[in-house]
Write a protein that binds this ligand. Sequence first.
Ligand code: NAP
Length: 770
Amino acid sequence: MEQLATAARPLRIAIIGTGPAGLYAAEALLKKRDTVLTVDIFDRFPTPFGLVRDGVAPDHPSIKAVVRVFDKVLADPRVRFFGNVTYGVDIHHEELKHFYDQIIYAVGAQTDRRMGIPGEESPNSLPATAFVGWYNGHPFYHDLPIDLSCERAVVVGNGNVAMDVTRMLVMSPDALMKTDIAAHALKKLRESKIREVVILGRRGAAQASFTNPEIKELGKLEAVDVIVDPQDLELDPNSRATVGENRVAAVNLEYLRAYAAPREHSAPRRITMRFRASPVEIVSVGGQVTAMKIERNELVVAPDGALVGKGTGKFERIEAGLVLRSIGYRSVPIEGVPFDRTTSTMSNSAGRIVHPATGETVPGEYVVGWAKRGPTGLIGNNKPDAAATVEAMLADLPTLQGISDEYRDLAQIQTFLQGRNIDYVTYQDWKQLDRYEVARGDEQGCPRVKVTTTSEMMTIIHQGREDSPVGVMVMALGTPTWPDDIAAYYAHMRGGHPPSPALLSELQRRYAAIDGRSPLLEHTQAQTRGLQAALDQAAPGRFRVTLGMQHSRPFIEDSLAELVESGVQQVVGLVLAPHYSRLSVGVYSQRLKAANTPSLPLSMIEHWHLAPGYLAFLATSLQATLEKMIRTRGVDADKIEVLFTAHSLPMRILALNDPYPEQVRETAEAVASRLGLQRWAIAWQSAGRTTEPWIGPALLDVLAELPSRAVRVWSSAQQVSCLTISKYCMTSTSKRGRALSGWGWLLSVPPCPMTIPAFSRPWQVLYEAT
Ligand code: NAP
C-alpha cells in the first residue's frame, strides 16, 4: 500500500473544535510542507474561533487580533470548515473514523466548576462562564436570566476570568459601546444598578491567579475605585517565600499595594478585593440572592506542599444580589473518547489519546488545548501545546494503518452530511456572516455587531447564499486545440501515459484532415457564453458561468478555484452531455466534488435528456432536414429511416443499472413521437477499441443493413466536433466509405444556434436547483 501523507495517499485529518487549540494544530500541520494532507475542521456553531469569539472580553480587542492568523488557516485550500456540525450528534465517533486517518479533539473545557455550597443553584447565582458567554453573544447564553438590579455583586475566584467579569460589571456602557459586546448585554448593562463588585480570593494576594496586565487594568478603569484592605496584603512567611520566586506574584502585589494606599474613594463604582475568604453559603429570600456568607481563611501547608486556605471559624455576611462563581472551567467527556475524571481531561499521553486502564494508545486520535492539559494558560500557550501533539501525529504515521482508500475522496464527508440533512456552514458562509456583522458594526461605530442566535446566523447565511452569485460549471471533455497539444491531451486522458509514436502520428493525421484543429473548444466556449447570456437575461447578475474541461485547459479544478475566488457561494455543475452515465457525467461529478475543497454547496444537473428546449431543438432540426431531403433531393418520405445515435459505452454498465441506454431511448422516443416518425431506430457509435464488449448495434452495422436512406440524429450537445471527427473516420476506411456511399447523410445541426434553445430548459432546472 502507498505511504500515507503522500500525493498518492494524502493524509485526511479532522479537528473537532475551531478554538485557538484546534486552529494552532491546523496551522502546525499546514507548515509541514512535505506532508500531503487536508484538514477538515468542525464546529458545533456556524462561527469559528471558540473562546476568541465567545470568551475573550470585548474590551480586549488586541487579544482578538489573533483571528487574523486563524483566518489564514481557514482560508488555506487544504483546510475546510464545517460549521454547524455537532460531534456526537450530527456525526458520531465511529462515522468520523471512516473518513479520517487522524482526529484531533480540540473541544476545550465546556463547563464550569462548582463551589459545592448551599444556595449555589439560586437564581442570580451564576457561573462566570455563562456571564462571559452572555456578554460575548454565545448562542447558548443569549437568554441568560441575569438580574442586574442589585447594588452589589460578588465574584468568587482570583483568576483572569474573575478580572474580566468584574470589569464588565463596572465599566462605563459608553466605553463598552465601542466594543463587540453583544447588543442584548450592552442594553442590560446600561440599566444595571450595580455599584460594587466584591472579588473573593480563597487564598492570599500572593496566590492569586490573575496576571499583571489584568490587575493593572482594574486601576485604569474610569470612574471606578479599587479597594484593597492593607491587612490582606500582609504576607505569612510561606507566601513571602513564594513571592521571592514568582515575578508575576511580586508585580501583582505591587499593584495591590498601590490600590491599598490610603486615598479618598469617591468614584460612583468600586471594586473591593478580598483575600483569604471562602464562600460558604448563598442566602436567598423569595428565590432572590440577597447575601453571601463567607469564612475567613488562614493559609496552611497541605500534605502535597501547596499553600491552601483553611477556615478559621470566623464568618461574615456580604449583602449582594448577584453571585458569579469564577472558579475555573471544566472539560466534559465526549462520545467515544476516554476521559480521565481525576484531571477532567481526555485520557492522553503527550497528546495521544490512551485507554485509561491500560495506558495503550488509541491509534489516530489526539487531543490539544484545555481538553489535553486542563483549563489553564493564555491563548498563545496553545501554540506550542498543539505543535507538540502534531509532532506526535507525524511520528505515528509509519505505523498508522489509515482509512480505507474508498473514503479518501474529499467529497465523501460532504455527501455524508448532506445525506443526513446537516446544513453545514462553509468558510465562505462564515465570511458572509462575518461581513454582515462587521457591516452592522460600521454603522454603529464598533468592530462588529454579533449575531447571537444560531437560527439568525443561519438565516443570514442562507440569505447570503441566495444573494451571492451562483457559479455554473459547464463541463466538457476538452480537446487539443492545435496538433502540438495532441500528445499532452491524450497523455492526460490516459492517466499520464503518452500515446505511442504510431498512435500519435495517426491522431495527427486525423487532425490534419480537419484542418489541423478541432473546433470543439470554440463550440463549447460559445455554448458557455450562450448559457451566460440566457441566464443574464433571465436573472441579471445571478449566475457566473465558466467552462471546465476534463483533459485540457481550462481544467475543472482551475475554473472552480476562479469561481470561488470571484465570491460565488454555491456551484451548479452541468455537463455538456444530456444523458447520465456513471462513466461519463458521473466522472465529471466526482471530479467537481473532489475539487470543491472549500466545500461550497454543490448541485449537479445530472441529465437533461428530456429538457423541452433540447427536445424542441432536435425535433425542429430533424424536421427541417427531413423536409430538405424530401423536397430538394426527392427522397421518398416512406423510405427515410431516422437513426438516433449516441456514443457507445462498455456493456458492463448494463449490469450496474446505468440509466444511460434508457435515457438515450427516451430522448429518441420523445423526438419521434413529436414528429410522428414511423421508421426510426437507435444506433451506437464511437465504441472504444478495447477487448470488452460495447453497447450495440453499431451505427455502421445498422447502416449496412438498411435498405433505405437514413437521417442521423446525434443526441449529444457536443456533436459538432465529434461529428467532424466521426465523419472523417467514416470516410477514411473502405468499410465505412462503403457504408456511407449513396446515403442522404446529414449533419443534423450547426453548433451555435443550438446553444440557447438547447439550454433553455437546463437553465430553468439550474435556476430551480439553486
Ligand atoms: P484560573 O486562573 O484557574 O482561576 C480560578 C480561580 O478560582 C483561582 O483563583 C482559584 O483559587 C479559584 N477557585 C477555585 N475553586 C474555588 C473554590 N471552590 N472557591 C473559591 N475559589 C476557587 O481560571 P480562570 O480565571 O477561569 O482562567 C482560565 C484560564 O484562562 C487561565 O489560564 C487564565 O489566565 C486564562 N484567561 C486569560 C485571560 C487574559 O489573558 N486576559 C482572560 C481570561 C482567562 P485557587 O488558586 O485557590 O485554586
